[in-house]
Design a protein around this ligand. Structure first.
Ligand SMILES: NC(=O)c1ccc[n+]([C@@H]2O[C@H](COP(=O)([O-])OP(=O)(O)OC[C@H]3O[C@@H](n4cnc5c(N)ncnc54)[C@H](OP(=O)(O)O)[C@@H]3O)[C@@H](O)[C@H]2O)c1
Length: 295
């Protein structure tokens, strides 16, 4: 079995690490910023408990076959410190994050052929270091290809769904349609179904329409109907359901506004597409973040 290092044992990384530690025979190391002793994940399939090998000092890491990166997108700069000691010439990297810049974020550090970009759907919350509540089964979407086959083989016979797609770009941008529109919850400090109010729904529509135009300029194939599908999906969310950017706001953590809305503005500029809704969302989210993290 391959040696694996997982960087970022938060809600997503901790859930994946718990599965690897309890269901497979690989050598797993967790690269953490905050130390943890045991890893306990309350999942829909039961509690997974383990005592994995945890490293907090990049200079103590050793080369592995696979590096799984599951930090927030804005933490990639600090992730880079782990890469030299974890890498040999054939080390493979999986970037498991929201957004569409999985490959771009590792561009100057790792050859593209050694990176598998992963879109993950799995509502999970970190209750404390090493304590995670996984609310639903994991689904991961990766591009079709030999590297992805190898990534999928890390999770054999599991309750984790792994979809290999011919058009990863489209899948990633479809998810970004949901995530970009989700800014409205953080901006209003209201749960996902706030879009039952027509004014909130109209702002969400504006955010998503811009996302779709930029997505198409980037080569994604997305129908106009996605706008109403996303709004209807959010309106149907149960009372209190909180998306992750809203959860970050409430917990006064930095927010992934750049990976979710800033990217639409940046790539919009590249393609000459105006993105006023997303520009305003970025400005307001930055201001909220600054107020929260520097009270
Ligand atoms: N949570 C969800 O439900 C969900 C669902 C789908 C997709 N996603 C996406 O998945 C990605 C991860 O999200 P998350 O919710 O799992 O985030 P998270 O709970 O904040 O976890 C991030 C983890 O990375 C650690 N970390 C940060 N910098 C590090 C470094 N330099 N070295 C080692 N560890 C480091 C953090 O350590 P500390 O303990 O010190 O903070 C934390 O444990 C994001 O892109 C998110 O949008 C999340």
């Amino acid at each position: 079995m391959p040696d694996i290092a997982l960087i970022g044992p938060g809600a997503i990384g901790g859930t994946l690490a718990a599965w690897l530690a309890t269901h497979s025979d690989n050598e797993l190391s967790i690269c953490a910023r905050t130390p943890l002793d045991t890893l306990v994940v309350d999942s829909p399939f039961g509690v997974m408990e383990s005592r994995p090998n945890v490293i907090t000092d990049p200079s103590r890491a050793v080369p592995v076959d696979w590096v799984l990166i599951a930090t927030k997108a804005y933490q990639m700069e600090s992730v880079a410190k782990w890469i030299p000691s974890l890498s040999h010439s054939d080390t493979m990297f999986a970037v498991i994050q929201n957004g569409v810049e999985h490959l771009a974020n590792l561009k100057s550090i790792v050859p593209k052929a050694q990176v598998v970009p992963v879109i993950i759907d799995c509502p999970a919350e970190r209750l404390a270091p090493g304590r995670i509540l996984q609310r639903a089964p994991i689904k991961m979407t990766i591009p079709k290809g030999a590297a992805s086959e190898r990534f999928a083989s890390l999770f054999p016979n599991s309750n984790i769904t792994i979809l290999q797609t011919d058009d990863w770009t489209t899948e990633a941008w479809k998810k970004l349609c949901i995530n970009s529109g989700g800014a409205i919850s953080a901006l209003l400090n209201e749960p996902a179904n706030v879009v039952r109010q027509s004014n909130a729904a109209d702002v969400m529509r504006g955010l998503i329409r811009e996302c779709i135009v930029v997505a198409r300029a980037e080569g994604a194939v997305i129908a106009d109907s996605v706008v109403e599908e996303v709004v209807a999906g959010q309106a149907a969310a149960p009372d209190g359901a909180m998306n992750s950017i809203h959860a970050d706001l409430v917990e006064k953590r930095p927010m992934e506004w750049d990976a979710r809305n800033g990217v639409i503005v940046r790539l919009g500029k590249k393609h000459g597409v105006p993105t006023p809704y997303n520009e305003m969302a970025v400005s307001l989210l930055r201001a909220l973040e600054a107020r929260n993290t520097n009270p």
